[in-house]
Design a protein around this ligand. Sequence first.
Ligand code: COS
Length: 385
Amino acid sequence: MFQVEESEECSMLRETVRKFAETEIAPLAAQLDQEEAFSIPLTHKMGDLGLFGTIVDPAYGGQGFDYHSYIVCIEELARVDGSQAATIAAHNSLGAGPLYYFGNEAQKRHYLPALSTGRALWAFGLTEAEAGSDAQASKTTAVYDPITAEWVINGSKLWITNSACELTTGITVQAVTGKRADGRSELSCFLVPVPSRGLTCRAMKDKMMWRASNTGELFFSDVRVPDFALLGKRGDGFEIMMQTLDNGRLSIAAMGLGLAKGAFSLTLQYAKERKTFGKPICKHQAVSFKLAEMATRITAAQELLYKACRLKQQGSDFQKLAAMAKLYCSEVAEFCAREGQQTFGGYGLMKEYPIERLYRDAALLRIGEGTSEIQRMVISRYIGC
Ligand code: COS
């Protein structure tokens, strides 16, 4: 339906991940969502399929996929289930990503092989109670102790994906390490292993969406890490976090595109089967126009996202298109989930029908990893406002 020009290798990968999502994830998705349960066996299986360390060079144990192929994996998972897609997107883009792009040789050799297996998760600790959109407002501190040559971390983080489950092995934490000459906070990033003395990781429950993905709240009380834990140089923290978010926007966009496609195919199938006034509802203009609008927006979203991926792969500036893709794909996802639910009528309000879960999952996409408002702010800067 949504034609894609991609290599034979990539389209085989797409088929493999789609089949896995449909046969292994789909039968469990509703129950995991209902029970708000993170599945270790499913995570292991995704690891066996090669969905961890996707963009990491094989020299560090990764799969060495190009960016488009990685994005295709997220998209195909998200067609079926946002929670499993979130585990993979957060781990690869936000967890392994900064380590791979900014880690020194010793850090990469130490951490990346295990992070490419599906047996060990790594999280990204940026957000705090009062530092979400305003990412420079972090209050968590790291103070150097020259006697022991360690950094001592104090503070807390919130809404951190993959940070509080049995498979969590570490978190990249943004912390204030001093004051810059211009009066702003000096921010640095630290690789904090889990468990660490003084670190409490608590799973956050009662989410509306992505209920089978793990979300944590973290408390740091005199957590000590060695100099080895510093990612990049002291003071590089904000730039590392911002560049990581630029990449993360592509994977959230892929979650939006996948969810939109999932909602579209469920709706089309239902609209062909369900009859009213003597004919399938897809033959009523009220419904066929909805499907036509969904297909049009999905096609546009796909072109935008894949173009942003091409630019990233080529090493060209992709940041503006990444923000546009994140914004647009999230909005298309929400549109398709809502119009799909509307087409299902009363059934669309029942948990028995996956469109109900897709409708809830779509809400996260316009809020998480930079709200739609933040994307518009980023885009407006790029266009010279
Ligand atoms: N890549 C690299 N460096 C960047 C950058 C980027 N994308 N964006 C900003 N920077 C650098 C700037 O160059 C600047 O460096 P200097 O001080 O050396 O000049 C520094 O970072 C501060 O930049 P700026 O003044 O633009 O920062 P702001 O606080 O105004 O940032 C935005 C504004 C909105 C861009 C930023 O706060 C942001 O992206 N917020 C959203 C965060 C988010 O997505 N939160 C959700 C997290 S869920 S994982």
